[in-house]
Design a protein around this ligand. Structure first.
Ligand code: PLP
Length: 320
């Protein structure tokens, strides 16, 4: 894998650009071309209307996708989730799956990227100042392709320390957390809770007190021979990387159960890791000051990460 996380390039980027509080850094390459509705714009000219409901209300959906060695990983799965998110919020997409797929690949080509992170955004489009989605008839498609990585390499070798956020994951009866919508304030507030505790990630509980997920990642814990992850009905995004991690667990011949998980079960776990498109598979070594296992990344997590990294090298949609 052309994994710039582990290379000198990452260190250069981290030094030159500075890590922000959340851990993200980006090359924001100067020649970046941003795709908006079939046209490419320089970064500084990539703009949409201030009357777009994506801006006014967070009304829209998005995907975060990875490009590895010139292949878009799990592109179909991401587009499927995008279409389902759009359907759930009554946003009718005027693009076919094939058109969306080609737009993603073309944007990577236009930016000469072989490895990177793709942000695909669909806004409801321009409307009145009222809430009604019916005043918006022209959804906007924005694709940004950039080099980006979530956490510095040391977190993969030493593991993350996380805390439980007092901010509960949004109740599915209020709004389905399975929708990857442009309104991320629930997660942003929980991330702020994590940052204020000196951590990069936080566990988010659902309204019943079970673990739903982290602010931008899904959660896995191991007790003995069994890996556990919250069912997405517990209030989690149905993560694409979560699905790949489940495949990896099965490929290792290990057992996986989707179930309700309490904080007690996380505190007393033998191993723990988080999954996400940007973070991939990242070990957790401490939750709410309780040390997980022996306080170092678990051996099964390392094996799962290895399988994951093999998969991203050989699977995906070629951009050429
Ligand atoms: C709230 C939330 N949970 C989980 C994930 C992980 O999902 P995926 O593996 O599809 O990136 C994300 C990713 O953005 C997220 O925002």
């Amino acid at each position: 894998m052309k994994d710039f996380r582990g290379s000198g390039e990452k260190d250069l980027l981290a030094t030159e650009l500075g890590m922000n509080e959340g851990g993200w850094y980006s090359t924001t390459h100067l020649t970046m071309k941003v795709y908006i509705n079939g046209e490419y714009f320089d970064k500084e000219n990539a703009k949409i209307s201030v009357f777009d409901h994506g801006l006014l209300y967070g009304d829209g959906v998005f995907e975060g996708i990875r490009l590895y060695s010139g292949c878009v990983f799990k592109l179909d799965e991401h587009l499927d989730r995008l279409e389902k998110s759009a359907k759930a919020i009554l946003l009718s997409l005027p693009w076919t799956r094939a058109e969306l797929s080609e737009a993603v690949c073309a944007t990577c080509r236009a930016n000469n990227l072989r490895d990177g992170y793709i942000r695909l955004v669909v806004t409801r489009g321009v409307g009145s100042l009222g809430l009604s989605h019916k005043t918006c008839s022209n959804p906007q498609l924005i694709i940004i392709a950039d080099k980006i990585s979530l956490y510095p390499q040391e977190y993969y070798t030493q593991g993350l320390k996380i805390v439980t956020s007092p901010t509960r994951r949004v109740n599915p009866a209020a709004f389905p957390p399975m929708v990857k919508s442009l309104n991320y304030l629930n997660n942003i507030m929980a991330k702020a809770d994590a940052n204020m505790s000196g951590c990069l990630e936080a566990l988010m509980l659902n309204d019943q007190g079970y673990i739903a997920e982290c602010t931008g990642d899904n959660v896995f814990i191991r007790h003995g021979d069994v890996w556990l992850t919250p069912a997405y009905h517990a209030g989690a995004l149905k993560g694409i990387t979560r699905g790949v991690a489940i495949e990896c667990i099965h490929e290792l011949g290990l057992k996986l159960v989707e179930t309700n998980i309490t904080r007690y079960e996380a505190w007393t776990a033998d191993e723990m890791f988080l999954t996400g498109t940007a973070a991939e598979i990242i070990p957790v070594v401490e939750v709410d000051t309780r040390v997980i296992g022996d306080g170092t990344p678990g051996s099964q997590t390392a094996k799962l990460l290895e399988i994951f990294q093999r998969k991203v090298k050989v699977e995906g949609t070629m951009i050429e």
